[in-house]
Design a protein around this ligand. Structure first.
Ligand SMILES: [Zn+2]
Length: 62
C-alpha cells in the first residue's frame, strides 16, 4: 500500500519515549480498532535512538 498519510503517523518508543518516522522498508496497513483507524506495521520497528524493538502500532499525529 502506498500510504500518503504515513507522514501523519510516527512510532513512539516504549523504552526512551522518543518519536521517529516509520521506516520506509516496513509496509503498513490501516486497521479498524474499535471504531478508530490504527496504522499497524508489518514488522516491529527498532528505535534508532536506543535500538529497542518497539510496538507495531503507530501513533497518530494530528
Ligand atoms: Zn528508544
Amino acid at each position: 500500500m502506498v500510504a500518503e498519510n504515513k507522514i501523519e503517523w510516527v512510532i513512539q518508543c516504549d523504552n526512551c519515549g522518543k518519536e521517529y518516522d516509520i521506516p520506509d522498508k516496513i509496509s503498513t496497513s490501516l486497521e479498524d480498532m474499535e471504531g478508530t483507524e490504527q496504522l499497524v506495521l508489518e514488522t516491529a520497528p527498532i528505535c534508532p535512538y536506543c535500538n529497542t524493538l518497539n510496538s507495531r502500532l503507530a501513533k497518530h499525529v494530528f
